[in-house]
Design a protein around this ligand. Structure first.
Ligand SMILES: [Mg+2]
Length: 363
């Protein structure tokens, strides 16, 4: 089997703009899709995103150029394909746009492997389970308490049994304000639904310990990225000081920085952004690395594909249910009892929705 062509398309996915965030560029999410074709007629699709509009064309170009470099290769040789993408491009990497772009191609290649073998990816990659926990990640974003309470109600109504909130706009205000926001959400969802709390690197270690202790009665499922991504020592101190688990890792590229987090015991749960890893091929290695430390793994964004990776591994914890890119595809997994139920369709099981492509494609 040989790769014969790679087509790249860019779509602007509409996003709900949370109240209080109107001045940000929330309204559209640039999504780059790679369609990798082979001489057998099997084709695979993969996608990647950027949160900022500014370098959308550069990212699409990078996906296209990486795809061209694989023409003539056998897509079943996933390591050869990834090596062919990452090594020659190392001068403009490692990490950054190179990994984000390679991810789209790597997903498409695994989609081809699954279709060739007639196996869904969750089973092909290990098959630990065929249904995986998911938390809602986009509905509880808001400045005021009323907005996040309504978001929590909507998440419950949609069938989620876990959801994530963020601190308020004044991240250095009184700990009592953080407590009030979390209490307001617990008032809506009770304690049988899991609640994550994402700080997005905006606290100092001492602040994280101060507020984290104040939040301990609310049984948070995790506190995420409490401090700066490279402050491994500070984060390890937070993890030691707090009873609530610390989850981090999404900001890092490639394996070595994640190994440092694990070695320093700076994470109770490892969050892996598979785009920043360069795709599924590298994710598997990170997941095995975390397993050696007894650390469960959570995914970041693109749940429609990464649910397969979390379901496949023995230490898969939960999938981030961020709905931004799902509107582009048919064949999404069903949400049942707070879990994504994965299908028997080969590969990742997704197909581009022709109507969505017609409406949202910009190049
Ligand atoms: Mg996060």
């Amino acid at each position: 089997m040989k790769i014969t062509s790679v087509e790249v398309l860019t779509a602007m996915m509409p996003r709900a703009v949370p109240r209080g965030y109107e001045n940000r560029r929330w309204e559209e999410l640039p999504t780059i899709v790679a369609i990798v074709r082979t001489d057998t007629g099997i084709e695979g699709i993969g996608h990647t995103i950027t949160l900022n509009h500014e370098f959308t064309r550069s990212l699409a170009t990078m996906v296209g150029e990486l795809g061209e470099s694989l023409i003539g290769l056998d897509p079943r040789r996933t390591e050869q394909c990834l090596g062919k993408m990452l090594y020659p491009a190392n001068w403009v990497g490692p990490g950054g746009m190179l990994n984000i772009a390679a991810c789209a191609i790597d997903i498409a290649i695994w989609d081809i492997v699954g279709k060739d073998l007639g196996q869904p990816l969750w089973r092909l990659l290990g098959g630990a389970t065929d249904r995986v926990r998911v938390y809602e990640s986009g509905m509880l974003i808001g400045v005021d308490i009323d907005t996040i309470q309504r978001g929590a109600e909507a998440a419950l109504k949609a069938g989620y049994r876990a959801m994530k909130m963020r601190p308020g706009p004044d991240r250095h205000g009184r700990a009592a304000d953080a407590v009030a926001r979390v209490r307001a959400v617990r008032d809506v969802i009770g304690y049988d639904v899991d609640l994550m709390y994402d700080v997005n690197q905006t606290w100092t270690p001492s602040r994280a310990i101060q507020v984290g202790r104040a939040l301990e009665p609310f049984e948070l499922f995790w506190i995420e990225d409490p401090t700066l991504m490279h402050d491994v020592v500070g984060q390890a101190a937070i993890a030691r000081a707090l009873d609530v688990p610390v989850c981090a890792g999404e900001y890092h590229y490639d394996m070595p920085p994640l190994l440092k987090l694990l070695e320093a015991r700076a994470v109770d749960y490892l969050m892996v952004d598979m785009m920043r890893m360069g795709g599924i091929t590298q994710f598997r290695k990170v997941a095995a690395m975390a397993e050696a430390f007894g650390v469960p793994v959570a995914s970041h964004l693109i749940p429609e594909v990464f649910c397969h990776c979390i379901a496949a591994i023995p230490n898969g914890l939960i999938v981030e249910g961020m709905p931004w890119t799902q509107g582009l595809f048919c064949g999404l997994p069903d949400l049942v009892d707070g879990k994504l139920v994965l299908s028997e369709r080969p590969g990742h099981g997704l197909e581009l929705d022709p109507d969505a492509v017609r409406r949202l494609r910009v190049s």
